[in-house]
Design a protein around this ligand. Sequence first.
Ligand code: SF4
Length: 345
Amino acid sequence: MSRPTTLRSAGDLIAAGLIDAADAAAIQQVAARYAVAVTPAVAGLMDAADPDDPIARQYLPSPAELTSTAGERNDPIGDAAHSPVKGVVHRYPDRVLLTPVLACPVYCRFCFRRARVGQGESALSEAEIEAALGYVSARPELREVIVTGGDPLMLGAPRIAALLARLSAIPHLEVARFHSRIPVADPDRITEAMAAALRPPPGAALAVWLAVHVNHPRELSAPARAAIARLADAGLPLVSQTVLLKGVNDSVGVLEDLMRALVRNRIRPYYLHHPDLAPGTGHFRPTVAEGRHLMRQLRGRLSGLAQPTYVLDIPGGLGKVPVGPDYWDGDGVTDSRGRRHPYRG
Ligand code: SF4
């Protein structure tokens, strides 16, 4: 029997019963603009009977993506303006992003790099990797390389091991941090070989971290949990990133369940991102005030271990900053239920 394949077109999605044939023309227009991919693992998590299914909403193209709202832009966090060499984004003094590949197993409908990912550009060539690593080698102030994309685990185990060997040979680097959606979107790719490839080479001083992108507790399926366990058992420290998305996880109950599930699965909640101003994603964006309200409620429900930091990337590439909520204002603190208490610092 042949293995189910990734769905990549309006026709595939209609045939799988995931979108209505009446939407075909609009979905074809969306797909011409932004890549579409739904893995069998993700398709299997969707509830086709639920028009508001939070898994479907993240991955199935929608006619709403054809509408851009004020302030949206193709490069919302200014990657291009901060890219000194192809595949490198240098925004902060001590760290750089390395984007070795712009392909992903799935294409999330809210993606901040949606104008670039899945657009046919393949992985960096050997010469481009060499130039990118040359940039890092020449800057002793750099301590951390954040390997992102696209999804860098698309490179496969041998190329990841080779990349880590080269990063380990750069003496001033202390940390390589991979960001990936594969543990939840295509967990079968997290083989023992992949987990082993992500370990630093024997004797290397480089620490390797992995940030897993998860937005809803249902994404932590049994195969995803097994994939995460393989990574944790290989000794990789795991953190999460979650995007706060209207209709997906903008309720305190869903966020609480997600953060608890992450901690249970040995993933330390790291960031809750306010969605970036990517084109055609206005239907996903709550207000910052709504995000702060949710964070305040989470503070009252979860231990510190399970609290993510709510952050916003300032448009244009000016950096990521926490956006609260604030609890102390000079002469008083506010508790998680909103009650004020005097406290002069
Ligand atoms: S996996 Fe990450 S980079 Fe790829 S489409 Fe989703 S959000 Fe964008």
